[in-house]
Design a protein around this ligand. Structure first.
Ligand code: PEP
Length: 252
């Protein structure tokens, strides 16, 4: 009942010319694949250009971050209503934002609420550090992150969650499909207690962390995993297409 979702997080990569090239390389191939939600998240500076290039296709656009205020004296920031002109999705609380830019649970909560208010779908990232994983604290950590991020959020409509163990991001050391499936199952169970079982049945929860064309099938075939948030491999059109194709075959 849940449509699988594959999101490409291009991070701080691609000059505008490269973003154009990558979008063009992906457009027709991605557009031919049905039954999977496909989202690409280029850097802010390329959003308007990529928006025009993918307009009319089934590819959706996402941003990698945003501020929670709608306008004003916040030099350097981009607001939810600005993004909503171009994007349907926004990544919120990525571990790189938490780690390098000091984003707290409180800030992430404000961003989630602000995104939902303007109809942007937050892809809310949660995940544990290696030491938490090794000390069997994963469930505790991710549930706490969720409680903080979702404080005052009345329902789960419009929300996507990405479980991204920090030790797996950009390291080439992915979780196993079974490990990720177990944690995502626990996330769904805990959210069912906070919201309702019905609400969590339709909630898309993704795995992220060193997903490639070679290992994506292992995650996608898991019943609790609804897709992937792909970093490095989303910069390679062939790999990204292959991940989306495999998802359509496995979940279709
Ligand atoms: C990410 O950016 O969210 C990510 C999971 O990166 P990578 O796929 O490169 O590990």
């Amino acid at each position: 009942m849940r449509v699988p979702l594959i999101t490409g997080n291009w991070k701080m990569n691609t000059m505008v010319s490269e973003a154009i090239e990558l979008s063009n390389e992906m457009r027709s191939g991605l557009d031919e694949i049905d039954g999977v939600d496909k989202v690409i998240c280029p850097p802010f500076i390329s959003l308007a250009t990529v928006y025009k290039l993918i307009k009319g296709s089934s590819i959706k656009l996402g941003a990698q971050n945003m501020y929670f205020e709608s306008k004003g004296a916040f030099t350097g920031e981009i607001s939810p209503i600005m993004l909503a002109e171009l994007c349907q999705f926004v990544i919120i609380g990525h571990s790189e934002r938490r780690q390098y830019f000091g984003e707290s649970g409180e800030i992430i909560n404000k961003k989630v609420k602000a995104a939902l208010k303007v109809g942007l779908k937050p892809i809310l990232c949660i995940g544990e550090k290696l030491e938490d994983n090794e000390a069997a604290r994963t469930e505790k950590v991710v549930i706490r992150q969720l409680e903080l991020a979702l404080a005052g959020v009345g329902n789960l409509t419009g929300l996507v969650i990405a479980y991204e163990p920090i030790w797996a991001i950009g390291t080439g050391r992915a979780a196993t499909g079974e490990e990720a499936n177990e944690i995502i199952g626990l996330i769904r169970c805990n959210l069912a207690k906070l919201y309702s079982k019905e609400a969590t049945r339709s909630l898309q929860i993704l795995y992220g962390g060193s997903v490639t064309a070679a290992n994506s099938g292992e995650f996608i075939k898991q019943p609790e995993i609804d897709g992937a948030l792909v970093g490095g491999a989303s910069l390679d059109a062939n790999q990204f297409l292959s991940i989306v194709r495999q998802t359509a075959e496995i979940k279709g």
